[in-house]
Write a protein that binds this ligand. Structure first.
Ligand SMILES: Cc1cc2nc3c(=O)[nH]c(=O)nc-3n(C[C@H](O)[C@H](O)[C@H](O)COP(=O)(O)O)c2cc1C
Length: 301
């Protein structure tokens, strides 16, 4: 018998626990030309803001020895244009549709949520962890009490299941995750990128204009995994793990650490169809080990 990978995530049925991470698959158009995106459990939109954003100037992506740093700065068409031009296509892709929303101010978030309330998708991922905005963004995800306030206010108006995307730069990741749960979040996802730096030694100045940027990929996996384990250990709501997943073994580690589902991000830049390889590897491993249902390994560590 084929193992079951079906995952009930905060009341949303995922075909399997594999999700494409925000900002690493656009709105799914290019990916849908390369592989069957419909075979995945979920797909996250690029991070949206209320109004269109051109993103940051200067260098945006920098390769490191075990990952990448990015300073994209949430380039996106804005919520209204997304609803009109991108969402109808994304909805046809098949996987659970997760819309990622960032913001500079609480009012930005609230107006964005109000507009999105009328739209057809499965989960709102509230991004309080973007390191590449001058104001807002990650600032909401550092202090527990600030995160608490934005989640409380968004929860009071949000009509979709609410997943809060946490920053690894939080002052106390478990306290902050618990505050999100207390304020009515249906799930959390973690982690976003780690605030990091690179220096161009020939020019004698930072590579990025900002000058800091977000580090992702294999370099962050052991730390993000530890944070997922810590949060899953104290929360009742489900956790979507992210950070450096590049193969099925990484995905299994996150599931064993307590994640109900996982996001694949930077690895998509190495091989856009990598999520299907991870799916095949996970299924094959479960079959060979006689694991009938993916939930059997959740949180066993
Ligand atoms: C180029 C790039 C753009 C990203 N844009 C967003 C974004 O718009 N919103 C968001 O919540 N996370 C964004 N992220 C973070 C990823 O969704 C993910 O949380 C993080 O990269 C860790 O996973 P990974 O190591 O598998 O990439 C971005 C990451 C990268 C590399």
């Amino acid at each position: 018998m084929k193992p079951s990978l079906q995952t009930n995530f905060a009341g949303v049925l995922l075909k399997n626990p594999l999700v494409l991470a925000s900002g690493t698959c656009g709105f799914g158009r290019e990916f849908s030309e390369i592989f069957e995106v419909s075979r995945l459990g979920g797909i996250c939109s690029k991070g949206l803001t209320l109004n269109p954003k051109p993103g940051n100037g200067g260098i945006r992506i920098w390769e490191t020895s075990a990952g990448i740093m990015n300073s994209v700065g949430l380039e996106n068409p804005g919520v209204p244009a997304f609803i009109e031009k991108e969402l109808p296509f994304m909805r046809t892709l098949g996987p659970a549709l997760i819309v990622n929303l960032g913001g500079h101010t609480i009012d930005d978030y609230l107006t964005g949520v109000e507009l999105l309330n009328t739209a057809d998708f499965d989960i709102l991922e509230l991004n309080i962890s973007c390191p590449n905005l001058k104001a807002g963004g990650m600032a909401f995800g550092i202090k527990t009490e600030t995160a608490r306030e934005v989640v409380r206010r968004v929860r009071s108006i949000c009509k979709h299941p609410l997943m809060v995307k946490l920053s690894p730069n939080a002052e106390d990741i478990t306290a902050l995750a618990l505050a999100c749960e207390e304020e009515g979040a249906d799930a959390v996802s973690l982690t976003n990128t780690f605030l990091a730096m690179a220096i161009d030694i020939q020019k004698g100045r930072p590579v990025f204009d900002a000058p800091y940027a977000g580090l992702s990929g294999p370099a962050i996996k052991p730390i993000a995994l530890r944070m997922v384990h810590q949060c899953a250990g104290v929360l009742q709501i489900p956790v979507m793990g992210a950070g450096g997943i590049t193969n099925w073994q990484d995905a299994v580690e996150y599931l064993m650490a307590g994640a109900a589902a996982v996001q694949i991000g930077t690895a998509n830049f190495i091989n856009p169809a990598i999520a299907l390889d991870i799916l095949a590897g996970l299924e094959g491993w479960m079959e060979s080990r006689g694991i009938g249902d993916v939930t059997e390994i959740r949180g066993i560590v």
